[in-house]
Design a protein around this ligand. Structure first.
Ligand SMILES: [Zn+2]
Length: 57
């Protein structure tokens, strides 16, 4: 299973959080609970701002 990790900044509280780009479950901000990513069956729908990509090895 391959895929990259994305660093996403929450648009509500500016918390930076790493999440899997193909998240299969909804990912919420650890600080304020805003949804950062929603599963779509493929690449997750990212709700925040992607500020960095961490390549999986
Ligand atoms: Zn937040």
């Amino acid at each position: 299973m391959t895929g990259d990790f994305l660093q996403v900044t929450c648009q509500d509280c500016e918390n930076e959080q790493i999440l899997f780009e193909k998240a299969s479950t909804e990912v919420a901000c650890a600080v304020c609970g805003t949804t950062l990513a929603s599963p779509t069956g493929g690449h997750a729908q990212i709700e925040g701002e992607v500020t960095d990509v961490v390549e999986a090895r």
